[in-house]
Design a protein around this ligand. Structure first.
Ligand SMILES: Nc1ncnc2c1ncn2[C@@H]1O[C@H](COP(=O)(O)OP(=O)(O)OP(=O)(O)O)[C@@H](O)[C@H]1O
Ligand SMILES: [Mg+2]
Length: 411
């Protein structure tokens, strides 16, 4: 872990983004100042006490949170943003309406429409994680941006993402409180991973986002930047490791190592290599790269076919321009080629692109933070990006700036 002494200036805002995944828990501390944004610190440790996003052992999860925040020099003013697995959420499609009395629609009126939506949820026993405008209508006619148009009635068709297993979110938040952190914002994993990996071109398309982690696969369909559908499958990198462990009769951790070193999933390696591995009883044997391929290739195919059947079930098969695959499993060699054959659309691996234009990482720290560009960190880096946009808009303190931000981030 890198230790830094933060010199906090008057106007600086410290943002701590945390992703408690099934495989690893990670935290990224960044600073927002008048001169820009900077990643200050980053820490990651193997997760314990979680399965497929659900907490099984609170003490173990608490110790992971403590491990990643220790040495970060956080103070009471640090804003904390936490990624939420979509299994903790549910969505609600709702239409809201206000009278605009034949006047030109202003930002204030748009703001009133959003307030109507917020107040509809605020008295219910759930918390609102995201309010995503899908379509605006002015006197029944759909428009992209109603501001400046004249009409009697302004409506908004929206998707609300709400906490579902309230206890699960609550349990997680109480573990953060115990660690001395108040979580300010939540972001759903799909939205976070999309924000950190999507390109400007893809923002104009209908994109499939798949984040395959250790224990789950988060799926999101984004149309011109707007989340239209999401789901989660209980599949992840652990399935490959388990298959290897059973198929090769080797300990899980040894298979994790073997998988990361020889993880070709598309074509059988041309030259078969024999690899030395350590068995359960400590003895050494060899396994061939052909054997590894013949175990992990069918599992990868099965995983991708299940994702495709999910697309068919919701009517998106044949309706997508391209796909981004991210999360740790996206590091497997040939994964995008295999996905391209199965999905029949262009597929690319989603590495973290925010560094290219948003983040400043001083050259001294560049090497240390290189890992953050990997697909494994798409979710936590998306949370950083979301927080940056949020606080930029809040710094402006105007409601219209907040709305502009909402529009920009979801359109
Ligand atoms: N080079 C690699 N080759 C094969 N698998 C890899 C590689 N790097 C990481 N993985 C796998 O990716 C998975 C972890 O991905 P990630 O870090 O995105 O998970 P997570 O976010 O903690 O979990 P989840 O999203 O399921 O809660 C593990 O199964 C790990 O073995
Ligand atoms: Mg993850």
């Amino acid at each position: 872990m890198i230790r830094l002494l933060l010199k906090k200036k008057e106007d600086d805002i410290l943002v701590l983004a945390i992703d408690v995944g099934s495989h690893k828990t990670c935290a990224v501390l960044s600073k927002l100042s008048n001169s820009g944004f900077e990643v200050l610190n980053f820490s990651s440790c193997p997760s314990k006490g979680l399965k497929k996003g659900n907490i099984l052992d609170k003490d173990a999860v608490f110790s992971c949170i403590k491990t990643v925040i220790d040495g970060m020099n956080l103070d009471g003013n640090t804003e904390v943003i936490l990624s939420v697995p979509s299994v903790f959420t549910t969505s609600l499609d709702k239409r809201y309406c206000i009278a605009t009395k034949k006047k030109k629609i202003s930002n204030q009126q748009l703001s009133r429409l959003f307030d109507t939506a917020y107040s509809d949820i605020s008295n219910k026993d759930v918390s609102l994680i995201h309010l995503i405008p899908h379509v605006f209508y002015v006197d029944g006619v759909s428009v992209d941006n109603p501001v400046g148009l004249e009409g009697d009635i302004l409506e908004m068709q929206s998707m609300m993402i709400l906490s579902r297993h309230y206890r699960a979110v609550d349990d997680m938040l109480s573990l953060f409180k115990k660690a001395g952190l108040d979580v300010t914002y939540l972001i759903m994993c799909q939205i976070a991973s999309y924000l950190s990996t999507v390109s400007d071109e893809e923002k104009n398309c209908r994109v499939l986002l798949v984040d395959i982690g250790g224990g789950k696969t988060e799926i999101g369909i984004f149309d011109k930047g707007v989340l239209k559908h999401f789901s989660c499958l209980p599949l992840g990198g652990n399935h490959f490791t388990n298959d290897l462990s059973i198929g090769l009769a080797l300990p899980f951790n040894e298979c994790e190592r073997v998988k990361k070193m020889f993880s070709e999933v598309y074509t059988m390696p041309e030259d078969t290599t024999e690899i030395e591995v350590i068995c359960f009883d400590g003895s050494v044997k060899t396994v061939s790269t052909d054997d590894i391929f013949s175990i992990i290739n069918p599992r990868a195919e099965e995983m991708l076919l299940l994702i495709k059947s999910e697309l068919k079930r919701y009517g998106f098969d044949g309706q997508l321009h391209c796909a981004i695959i991210t999360g740790g499993v996206a590091n497997m060699k040939g994964f995008s080629l295999l996905a391209q054959d199965i999905f029949e659309i262009p597929v690319r691996i989603g590495t973290v692109s925010v560094f290219d234009y948003e983040m400043e990482v001083s050259s001294k720290k560049q090497g240390a933070f290189n890992d953050l560009k990997k697909p494994d960190f798409a979710c936590v880096m998306g949370a950083v990006m979301y927080a940056i946009e949020l606080f930029k808009a809040q710094k402006n303190k105007t409601r219209s700036a907040r709305l502009q931000w909402l529009k920009r981030i979801f359109s």
